[in-house]
Design a binder for this molecule. Structure first.
Ligand SMILES: [Zn+2]
Length: 54
């Protein structure tokens, strides 16, 4: 299964992990803007990483 990992470079941690089967890129972008926006407001650099898990 393929996931998108939301990784905060500033916190050096994964803040979320979403199965692309259930979350589109747009949906994930929306989640970042709602659930993880505090990182962005604090000027943190948030990246999306591709993750493959079996
Ligand atoms: Zn952060």
């Amino acid at each position: 299964m393929e996931f998108r990992e939301v990784y905060c470079i500033s916190c050096k941690k994964v803040v979320g992990c979403y199965n692309i089967k259930f979350f589109t890129e747009d949906k994930i972008a929306e989640i970042i803007q709602t659930n993880h926006v505090s990182h962005i407001r604090n000027g943190h650099e948030v990246n999306l990483r591709k993750l493959i898990k079996n």
